[in-house]
Design a protein around this ligand. Structure first.
Ligand SMILES: [Zn+2]
Length: 348
């Protein structure tokens, strides 16, 4: 079967899947063209905050020990509890006690064709797994979605990591959410191979770069409390709200790194190219603004910004041909303020 036919087949299967599972499947967007149009038609969600006091909820270990795939659930809870502050684990505590797991559930062709072994539905707090026994792989990525997703009280909105989706399927922040989910999976469960790892490389790079600006603890906390507004507020220290929203929207189009695999997706490359240029420009400019406010010497500021830019370039060079989407002629160090240049006399 030709690439195009394959792509069409896949798209129609997955479009059906997405339609059938409206609001339920978090990440499953193998066709950016489809995603682009669907988002363009539906529009993006308006952003607000949702916070429920779940500080009294504790993990019911007895209950989850009886659960299917309990060894993974327990390992997840224990690992996070050891390494992260308790106040960031309230959503996890709440959801894991009520998590539903359906085994042998991935039977549709659409899912089989793509080798997916688990799907987490955030509106149903359910993991659908292809396993029939107590062994699986790539479940930790889904468990991070579980630990960071909640529905509003009226059930009309789903908050998940840095994404929000309303009852009309309007959404925002999916790209950054997937990237950061995969970053956390790599950080805390590096041994657990995740099927989409390759596909999420770009959004992972973006999430990583944003984390460098916001800070690791802060960013993890914002993610686990599904606090997109909080993330935007952090970034507003160094950039305008319009630019931040535009960055988030652009990363939504770069969820999957599949351009090389499915060149038949007409129109997609154009969006990808322009999105890469814009997202890279945003990251470097925002980082430069942060560095500009730091109390270090002018030459250290310049070194930091150049290092950030070069390492962003390197991380993207490894993946494909897209490294060219950093403007080589733009001097990101031009506007670094010299006001705090107190260490100027320092020598090596
Ligand atoms: Zn995901």
């Amino acid at each position: 079967m030709s690439e195009k036919k394959l792509l069409n087949k896949l798209s129609s299967q997955l479009s059906n899947l997405v339609v059938f599972s409206k609001n339920t499947i978090i990440y499953f967007e193998p066709n950016i063209r489809f995603y682009y149009y669907s988002k363009q038609i539906k529009g993006t969600a308006s952003i607000d905050s949702f916070k429920k006091d779940r500080s009294n909820e504790q993990v019911n270990f007895e209950k989850i020990s009886q659960q299917k795939l309990s060894n993974y659930l327990l390992n997840f809870v224990n690992t996070l509890s050891k390494q992260l502050p308790a106040e960031d684990l309230n959503v996890m505590n709440h959801n894991i006690n009520n998590l539903k797991i359906i085994q042998n559930g991935i039977s549709s062709l659409a899912l089989k064709c793509c080798g997916i072994s688990q799907v987490y539905s955030n509106s149903l707090n359910t993991i659908v797994s292809n396993t029939s026994n107590d062994k699986t792989s790539d479940i930790y990525h889904e468990l991070f979605h579980m630990a960071s997703s909640e529905k509003s009280d009226d059930k009309n909105k789903v908050y998940s990591g840095f994404s929000q989706e309303d009852s009309q399927s309007k959404e925002i922040g999916r790209g950054l959410t997937e990237g950061y989910t995969e970053l956390l999976r790599e950080r805390y469960f590096p041994q657990d191979k995740y099927y989409f790892s390759n596909s999420y490389k770009y959004v992972l790079t973006y999430a990583q770069r944003i984390e460098q600006i916001v800070g690791k603890e802060k960013m993890t906390s914002l993610y686990l409390n599904h606090n997109l507004s909080g993330l935007i507020a952090e970034l507003e220290k160094y950039s305008s709200k319009d630019e931040i929203l535009s960055f988030i929207n652009n990363t939504d189009y770069i969820i999957l790194d599949r351009v090389g695999n499915f060149t038949g997706a007409i129109g997609r490359e154009k969006y990808i190219k322009s999105n890469f240029s814009k997202t890279n420009d945003f990251l470097i400019s925002t980082y430069a603004n942060k560095v500009s406010q730091e109390d270090i010497s002018q030459e250290d500021k310049i070194a930091k910004v150049n290092y950030y830019k070069d390492s962003l370039n390197d991380s993207q060079k490894n993946i494909n041909y897209r490294y060219e989407y950093i403007d080589k002629n733009k001097d990101y160090t031009a506007n670094l303020t010299k006001e705090n240049d107190i260490n100027k006399g320092r020598t090596l």
